[in-house]
Design a protein around this ligand. Structure first.
Ligand code: NAD
Length: 487
């Protein structure tokens, strides 16, 4: 099999198998071929992973941040040296075109190790607080064993975005990738060992929604960071809350992307296409409600249709391919259902809307699809589709579009295209979302915080802000005098 790892799990520095776990296949979405056979973690594997993480964490936390950072930076170098192989594996795991994975997946994981490795020495300092003759100081201390649970759209990136800040703060991580994309995280674990990470600090175990709770409910786990859907987030945050564990929730969205009449039209269309079709639309922060001001509606739609119909769909391993298949048949069927709802509820199908017969075969391909004349109450305007389906809605005024943009339970991201810089700031100030873009969309370099508000989650990944979510403050009050007691 094309991508069979040595074993299903990676624990305490090595591959581990337990064939008593439920077997499952890893499928290459472009062909339907089985590329690996794995086993979900048994309770014994979960215990082993957490026990090894717990043991390793104490010594790791006692190392200097500089020494920890050095290992992460080495891991970043190895990832960059192996970018091609890692990108091919990511393409096999997800079906995303190599054109994308080669620039956006292992590289953004490597960025996370490089960034957090680089700031280790200065980013974890505490404060000195003068109190007259007394004083206090704070220390930033690790939480202990952290659990990371991943979605299937950016498996290697998610494994690194969670692992890098967790490790640099002195924690251990047990990571469970999505059952749809089990392969990439194992390679990250291997690379970390090669870079010098002590055994047990980054363990990977496989499994699905029945395995996740074994990790989340484990008494030795201090924190859970989930990337997934809102319903899963509610379950995981609820379970973690019953034990008062720390949580980071990176959940779904239905983000507004607002295009005013004065926008640079080609940039706005490019932003909308990237924000709906990249990774075959399987991006949480996508601007799936594209609000277009009425004055440019016709021009916007005609150029959008023209550009969308030129998108090259095909073999993800061909560097010319711009759109690969969806991650699984189940996900494609879900998206096709939404397309049918869009048609039934009266949206205008501008382009796409089905399976491209010329490339599909057993692959889970779907055409990039644009609906125009979408209204706020339509299902496709309210629910996260998580596929290459763009909804274009019309609007008249700034106040109106802000109110409609915010009329959702989600709050992950949003964007505005306009050449009026004052208006751009006014609008982003009022949009209820964690990450916003002006005159671009979906750029998420490691230097900037990323995360959602409202039901899209809480906590932030990347940037210095992530350190606060993988550590806690310990305050020490120091008295320089005698204790004056009234009794
Ligand atoms: P999902 O919620 O079905 O699964 C996510 C992960 O949670 C998987 O690993 C799954 O096995 C695990 N899981 C499911 N139920 C669980 C439970 N009860 N306890 C513990 N773990 C459990 O999501 P998905 O379909 O893999 O990914 C798509 C979703 O992820 C979309 O909603 C998307 O918007 C979101 N997403 C968010 C971000 C972000 O950063 N905000 C990034 C990528 C994807």
């Amino acid at each position: 099999m094309k991508a069979q790892p040595k074993a299903s799990h990676f624990i305490d520095g090595d591959y581990v198998e337990d064939t008593a776990g439920t077997p499952f296949d890893s499928i290459y979405p472009a062909t339907g071929e089985v590329i690996a056979r794995l086993h979900a973690a048994t309770p014994a594997i979960v215990e082993k992973a957490i026990a090894s993480a717990k043991r390793a964490q104490k010594e790791w936390a006692a190392m200097s941040p500089t020494a920890r950072g050095r290992i992460l930076k080495r891991a970043a170098e190895i990832m960059r040296e192996r970018n091609r192989a890692l990108s091919e594996l990511e393409t096999l795991d997800t079906g995303k075109p190599i054109q994308e994975t080669i620039i956006a997946d292992p590289t953004s994981g490597a960025d996370a190790f490089e960034f957090f490795g680089g700031i280790a020495a200065a980013g974890l300092n505490g404060d000195y607080i003068p109190l007259g003759q007394d004083f206090a100081f704070t220390k930033r201390v690790p939480l202990g064993v952290c659990v990371g649970i991943g979605a299937w759209n950016y498996p290697q990136q998610i494994a690194c975005w969670k692992g890098a800040p967790a490790l640099v703060c002195g924690n251990a991580m047990v990571f469970k990738p999505s059952e749809n994309t089990p392969l990439g995280a194992l390679k990250i674990a291997e690379i970390l060992i090669e870079a010098g990470l002590p055994k047990g600090l980054y363990n990977v175990i496989q499994g699905d929604r029945s395995t996740g709770p074994l990790l989340v409910n484990h008494p030795d786990v201090a924190k859970v960071s989930l990337t997934g859907s809102v319903p899963t987030g509610k379950k995981v945050a609820g379970a973690a809350a019953s034990d008062l564990k720390h949580v980071t929730m990176e959940l779904g969205g239905k983000s507004p992307l607002i295009v005013f009449d004065d926008a640079d039209l080609e940039s706005a269309i490019g932003g909308a296409m990237l924000g709906n079709f990249y990774s075959t639309g399987q991006v949480c922060s996508n601007g799936t409600r594209v609000f277009v001001q009425k004055g440019i509606k016709d021009r916007f739609l005609s150029r959008l249709k023209e550009r969308t119909e030129k998108i090259l769909i095909g073999d993800p391993m061909d560097e010319a391919t711009q759109l690969g298949p969806m991650v699984s048949k189940a996900q494609r069927d879900k998206v096709l259902d939404y397309i049918e709802k869009g048609k039934a509820e009266g949206a205008t199908l501008l382009t796409g809307g089905g399976i491209p017969n010329d490339v599909s075969g057993e692959g889970t391909y779907i055409q990039p699809t644009v609906f125009a004349d979408v209204t706020d109450e339509m299902t496709i305007a309210r629910e996260e589709i998580f596929g290459p389906v763009m909804c274009v809605l019309d609007f008249d005024s700034e106040d109106e579009v802000i109110a409609r943009g915010n009329a959702t339970e989600f709050g992950l991201s949003g964007g505005v295209f306009t050449t009026d810089i004052t208006r751009a700031h006014r609008v982003v100030d009022q949009l209820e979302a964690g990450t916003l873009w002006i005159n671009t969309y979906n750029l998420a370099p490691v230097e900037i915080p990323f995360g959602g508000s409202k039901q899209s989650g809480f906590g932030r990944e990347n940037s210095l802000a992530a350190l606060e979510h993988y550590s806690e403050l310990k305050t020490v009050y120091v008295s320089m005098g005698k204790v004056e007691a009234p009794y």
